[in-house]
Design a protein. Structure first.
Length: 153
């Protein structure tokens, strides 16, 4: 099982950011997931095919150590100024791009298969571990996004 160490940054994005949803046969299939994910009690996250956050539950914000307002995640790339992935060495070096691609939400996008792994997060001096399981979301065989659930370990 992959172990990922993440450091959380608390940068903000304007609340008027609206993620782009791809059209497939005249509909936006990921739009069906927006409300369910946003209102879920469990920590969960919906990404589009480019790794941009379309929706996140308020408990997901908490699990990632972020404020629970919409601009904290929605409309941003999963890793852009939100979290810093670092290795498990004592020096905690930033992960290489090929290592970053193996975190469950992104691995589900790239492989089109279920992905599961432990992710360690850090905010300030606090460190915690999340178990993440991700599934690709498909329409007509094409992977359009991923849905990830987190559980604090």
């Amino acid at each position: 099982m992959a172990h990922i160490d993440m450091s959380v940054a608390t940068a903000e994005v304007a609340s008027d950011v609206v993620p782009t949803l791809r059209l497939v046969d005249g509909i936006r299939p990921l739009e069906n997931w927006l409300h369910s994910v946003s209102e879920a009690e469990e920590p969960c996250l919906l990404l589009d095919g480019d790794g941009v956050v379309l929706a996140a539950s308020s408990s997901c914000h908490g699990a990632l150590g972020l404020p629970s307002h919409e601009g904290a995640l929605v409309g941003r790339g999963l890793l852009e100024d939100i979290v810093e992935l670092i290795d498990f060495s004592a020096s905690r070096i930033r992960l290489r791009p090929d290592e970053v691609e193996r975190i469950p939400p992104l691995l589900a996008l790239s492989t089109g298969a279920l992905a599961r792994g432990l992710m360690r997060l850090r905010s300030g001096s606090t460190t915690w571990t999340l178990d993440a399981i991700s599934t690709p979301i498909r329409v007509g065989g094409a992977v359009l996004g991923s849905l990830t659930f987190f559980h604090r370990v």
